[in-house]
Design a protein. Sequence first.
Lengths: 101, 592, 216
Amino acid sequence: MEHAETAGLKIVFSVWFGLLGLTALEVILAYRQLPLETMLTVLMFLSVIKAALIIAYCMHLRYEQASLFVTLIPALVFILIMMTVIFADSSRLAHMRSLVQ
Amino acid sequence: MANMPTEAHVHHHTAPTGFIRKYIFSLDHKVIGKQYYFLAVFSVFVGMILSWLVRIHLVWPDVHIWGLGAFSPTGAPGGVISPEYYLSLLTIHGTLMVFFVLTTAPQAGFGNYALPIQIGAEDMAFPTLNMLSFWVTFLALCALVSTLFVKDGPPISGWTAYPPLSAVGSAAGPGQGLGQDLWGVSIALFCVGSLLGALNFITTTIDLRCKGMTLMRMPLTCWAWLITAILSLLSFAVLFAACVLLILDRNAGTSFFLPSGLLVNGTLQNHAGGSPLLWQHLFWFFGHPEVYIAIVPGFGVISHVLSVFSRKPILGYKVIVGCLLGIGFLSFTVWGHHMFLSGMSPYSGFLFSIPTLIITIPATIVSLLWLGTVFGGRLRFTTCMMFALGFVSVFVTGGLGGMFLAQPSLDIFLHGTYFVVGHFHMVMGVAAIFGMFAGTYFWFPKMFGRMLNERLGKIHFWITFVGVYCIFMPMHFIGLEGMPRRYSSFVNELMQPLMPVHKFMTIAALITGASQFLFFINLFWSMYKGPKASENPWESTTLEWTVPSPPPFDNFGGKHPVVYHDAYEYGVVQNGKDYVMQTDPPGQPVST
Amino acid sequence: MSSSSGGPVATATHGDDIGVWGGGALPYAVPSKKLGMWLFIVSDAITFSAVIFSYGYLRLAATAWPRPFEVPSITNATVMTFVLLSSSVAMVLAVRASSIGKVSAAVGWLVATALGGVVFDILHIHEWVGLIGEGVRPFHNPWGTPMFGAAFFTMTGLHMVHVTIGVVYLLVIAVGFGRRKFSAVDVEVSGLYWHFVDLVWMFIFPLVYLLSAKTA
């Protein structure tokens, strides 16, 4: 059936190397002189991929019922998206502070 | 062990023995539910006294209140409440009521008691965690109540604890020392207790329903508790983070919420880089789902009870479920309507106003479905039913005020006035409380094996119902006149013509408050001396009415109920009954 | 979590006319403890997100956010990341071993995972001590806005508390599983927690360290 033991050793080690590789990529990218917003976007994108790998393979969600995924993840993503609304005020604050300088 | 787990079970060995195991550190959801309930009763009692002090001070600011001077010599020297102490009183009033009354009894009180039985389970999914949840909440209450006794006094920043006032520490004056820290600790603990409770409720509802109890056969109370638990799971997490950051700002010198250049009482504060607006975002991101956490269990109880005492199926069961889900979802999109005047981006204001108006739609639909349920029913006017009908009345009345506040252009004038105070008291301080009363009068027979006194209950209802309108309706009008909230006195010429309204409201509050003692007397007397209750005194269809009053420790005596019917089959008379129990054999006709 | 004779067991199998959502069955086909841990993880993820979003809010609004992490700091943090990722793999192996009944192998891998957490904590505390030595405090630092230290210590501190609790939790499970007191499900549930802690670090590492790396 679909359970822990069927995520073969091969997949486990592939995921591990993938995660290490993505980490190394992040570190390399950090040392390129990219503007902050670009750097932030790229790093977050890579981190989301790493998170997805961990959730799917280490936490095993890939092999669980689809209904479990649908219950847990969209709600979490929805909350995270709603929280980004606060950044409108963050950039306003930055703008106001730059005027005062 | 199991490769494909299909079996759900809760560990229950034998009935607990010994006083401590049975009544103190009990794992039994019924005991824990009662513990939460009585925690809420204690909290509402203290909160009510605080509200009396607040209302008395508004009308008779120079009166020497007996005993208060001894209780708090700094806050109320000679028994006269100082302006700061006034704010302390309303802070603790609000915190107690919102958290320890409205977020405990409706969900953790009644939900813990009735949910497992209503879905045919032996107990909650995690009984030990359940017990832990209660004791963490109890600790939180101790921390909050202790603020009344610390040297500097309770915090003055309101239940909303806005920085900079709440974050600068004792530099801000009385109440803002240890009191505010204890408040932060109390609320953080409360968040933990709520989180643990929420995951228990969700897991129980999903995993422990008995055979035949599909989601669509669950009583609406179970749906309401489930949706409330989901809201709790997602929103208390944010409040916890906010409290941690607040405690750090106060004690570790961080500046999450404190900007630079802040002068407090003439002293420049050594902070920089933070934003008070950030607290407001975090707090209200939690705070708005919180008010739905407070009311949605009431929706469930009222939907349930109106059907039982109208002897009619609930109108639009699926629609109500959809509306509750919609309300739950939308509740995360509207928090900025508490912040229209905060200085946040006006575009955000517009963005928040739209879903705030939209959320009235499912609420209205549910209210209309309630009326449709009652219409044409063979009404049984028990006290429970009175409170349920009263709920519809006060919820609609209070909710209408929300439509005004939802519009930023109107809120510019109404924010911070008594209009807001009237609105949230009607929906939370009255409607949600009516839900709790309805729940009490409904489940008391099951919980204690005795009946509450109906005559006393009806007197209690009528005085309360008339009284709350007298207290809170005028607030809308003085709010429209511009009377500000959280002011300890009104010396302004403009406000003087409105002072008689305050006097009226205060007298109404004192009378209504006093009548609550009728309820307390009824409650405690009936627990021991009330007439014995039968298994199903209300002739209700759901599973809790198939077991003795009170139920055995494992609810169903080792049996596994099987459900064949929906939860609201009332109205068609057969075999001498006008109702079909959920567990009755299949083939009974469904009522039209 | 063995089936004892005390508890009631409601059973249903797939293919029954009522289906897995019909009551008497586990709709997600996972034991309740696992569902409970997932729900806890969702909530804790939101708590961490709120703290991280607060950091983002204040950093976006800041005028002088320092980027002080030199190569040794970044190297240290990268090694910490590698250690945590590897401990997650050890955890996967522990869960695999426990589910096929290999008790001593599972206990071994659990201890290895916990060891990874301990190494992570040690490297972390060592880094903290270094930064404190350079003058970084929650209320002050020598390089820019005082919020740098506040955000740094709060996020990494909150994470470190979770790692430490995880280490204790894993060791308790290891001992209990070894004594046949806990089941494979309990090992799996503890694994979920550990992976969650790793997952949070996947965000803290780039947002706190890499975005404050001294690149110029």
